[in-house]
Write a protein that binds this ligand. Structure first.
Ligand code: NAP
Length: 254
């Protein structure tokens, strides 16, 4: 598959953080289907990551699973060193790993704040910093997974919304900073997507999906594959003149 030049990402190497389930798993599969060799990063779900790798290799693609908590510098360094060891280089970084914890102002604690900022913002900055050492001279593509809440913050989610507002600022700042190195930096900003994380948080059983659908012109909840295919576009040369964008992928909800 990876040798077929009809594939948009033939010969490219991509790291997708948090790819053992949900949006990250779909992004990993879509990048692999376009010919990329994919590093499926995960924190704790080895079985989930192995399943994604098996699906990719079963379809003729290339992938490996690499454990690493991407809120930790040492784990990040190891993730990219293992990528280089297996595939020899890096062309695409997808910063997808993220956590969402909702709660009203009264319930915010230092722990709630640091947990989300350490992964969603600091981790994403540190992975990008490390990736910079591996991108070839002809450039690279960084895709940050942000959220509609970066632009339209939700009530009872001030900290999570703030992390995604910060991600959008980082995307725009680094796009300007890294353009001279031919590194493109864009973000994908999903609306509600039905993932394992959303189920685990109990959102699907709440009134929330109904409210979201009523505010969504295309009239449904998003699915992980709605995001995966757009990531493949941003990773590819089709988006070669696109940087610093934050693209809502939300069925029109804003
Ligand atoms: P999910 O189903 O909960 O999956 C999260 C993934 O991130 C898992 O693979 C998990 O790995 C990994 N992860 C968690 N902490 C990590 C860490 N410290 N280091 C490395 N990997 C870690 O989440 P999702 O719903 O797909 O969301 C993915 C991203 O999309 C997040 O950035 C989220 O903010 C954003 N987003 C989601 C929605 C939505 O409605 N779902 C909407 C907008 C934006 P393990 O399983 O191994 O822990």
């Amino acid at each position: 598959m990876s040798n077929n030049n009809e594939h948009k990402l033939a010969g490219k190497v991509a790291v997708v953080t948090g790819a053992s389930k949900g949006i990250g798993a779909s992004i990993a599969k879509h990048l692999a289907a376009e010919g990329a060799s994919v590093v499926v990063n995960y924190a704790s779900s080895k079985s989930g990551a192995d399943k994604v790798v098996t699906e990719i290799t079963g379809a003729g693609g290339r992938a490996i699973a690499v454990q690493g908590d991407v809120s930790k510098k040492a784990d990040i360094d190891r993730l990219f060193a293992e990528t280089k060891k297996s595939y020899g280089k890096l062309d695409v970084l997808v910063n997808n790993a993220g956590i969402y914890e909702f709660g009203p102002l009264e319930q915010i604690t230092e722990e709630h704040f640091h947990k989300q900022f350490n992964l969603n913002v600091l981790g994403l900055i540190l992975t990008t910093q490390e990736a910079l050492k591996y991108f070839p001279a002809d450039g690279g593509s960084v895709i940050n997974v942000s959220s509609v809440v970066g632009e339209s913050p939700l009530p009872n989610a001030s900290v999570y919304s703030a992390t995604k507002g910060a991600v959008d600022a980082v995307t725009k700042s680094l796009a300007k900073e890294l353009g001279a190195k031919k590194i493109r930096v864009n973000s994908i900003n999903p609306g509600m997507i039905e993932t394992e994380g959303v189920h685990a948080a109990g959102f699907m059983e709440s009134e929330f999906p109904k409210q979201v659908v009523s505010q969504t012109p295309l009239g449904r909840i998003g699915q992980p594959q709605d995001i995966g295919k757009v990531a493949a576009f941003f990773a590819s040369d089709d988006a070669g003149w696109v940087t610093g964008e934050t693209l809502l992928i939300s069925g029109g909800m804003r």
